[in-house]
Design a protein around this ligand. Structure first.
Ligand code: GEK
Length: 270
């Protein structure tokens, strides 16, 4: 079944993901190049179950935890969906910064977020996350980005995020995850394939993209993510959304000498 055009009346056929639609002689590792940037919004919405829900929850988190006058980072901002949520859900004196090391993605983002950039609400930087100074942040977002970083640097990055956040600051992360139980992993993987078929991807597209992502997207277990946050010192690491093998979770840096106020006030309420 060919992919149908999304509901957005402004989208055109050139915005539809056909990157792996034709048979390729050899599959090279996936990169965020111009071709991907052009169709990115369609690609991610049709590949990641729960993508919209993750951003709805990010809006709630930003609304509650963004600290006035602080910095909010979107690491691996791509076309700016999460960056946009940060800007629209935070006090106007917060500085929102989107970081991505792909120039084509930053170019795409610049178009999507044009008005907010013009109004100095958002700054974009084409930069590696490893080179980004995160000082003064009250929220740091890594939506579907950590999975693309080498495993060996993930602990170190999360420690730096913890150290850079203001007291009470939040790290919000969305990831594809694996299940250590083989049967469960198989079942959830099959459902993810069904999701992609339902979104109009052909068997060829699914197979070629999977092969391109093989050594590039390295998922971990939900437990490994929670343990890493706890080891860094984050309180209440918890999963907020789940759709098949994709989750979004958060951790909070403690406010000095006390549990987070929101945690205390939430007790006993319903
Ligand atoms: C969304 N958050 O739509 N430094 C900077 N950027 C990087 C690095 C790095 N070391 N490695 C990868 N990226 C978005 C989706 S996509 C996820 C994020 C996906 C960037 C990369 O260029 C790409 O734009 C992004 O991280 C990952 O909510 O495509 O599944």
């Amino acid at each position: 079944m060919p992919p149908s055009l999304p509901d957005d009346p402004e989208s055109t056929a050139s915005d539809i993901d056909r990157v792996y639609a034709e048979a390729k002689e050899a599959i090279s590792p996936f990169v965020f190049n111009h071709q991907v940037a052009q169709v990115f919004d369609d690609m991610i919405a049709r590949s990641v179950p729960g993508y919209a829900l993750c951003h709805e929850v990010l809006a709630l988190i930003t609304n509650r935890y963004a600290q006035p006058g602080s910095v909010l980072f979107d690491l691996g901002c791509s076309s700016g969906t999460s960056t946009n949520v940060l800007a629209n859900s935070s006090p106007t004196n917060c500085k929102v910064i989107g970081i991505d090391n792909s120039q084509p993605m930053i170019d795409r983002c610049q178009v999507t977020l044009h008005d907010l950039i013009e109004n100095d609400r958002i700054t974009l930087r084409c930069q590696d996350i490893g080179d980004t100074d995160l000082t003064g942040a009250s929220i740091i977002v890594l939506n579907y980005t950590l999975q693309f970083l080498p495993l060996a640097i993930r602990d170190q990055l999360m420690t730096r995020i913890y150290q850079s956040l203001l007291p009470g600051g939040i790290v919000f992360i969305a990831e594809k995850v694996t299940n250590p139980e083989h049967a469960q992993q198989q079942a959830i993987n099959d459902l993810h394939l069904d999701f992609k078929r339902q979104q109009g991807y052909s068997e060829l597209e699914i197979a070629q993209k999977r092969s391109a992502l093989e050594a590039v997207l390295i998922p971990e277990t939900e437990t490994a993510h929670h343990q890493r946050l706890t080891q860094c010192g984050f309180e209440i690491p918890q999963t907020l959304t789940r759709a098949l093998n994709f989750i979004a979770f958060m951790g909070q840096k403690p406010r000095s000498n006390s549990k987070p106020a929101s945690y205390q006030s939430g007790l006993g309420s319903r």
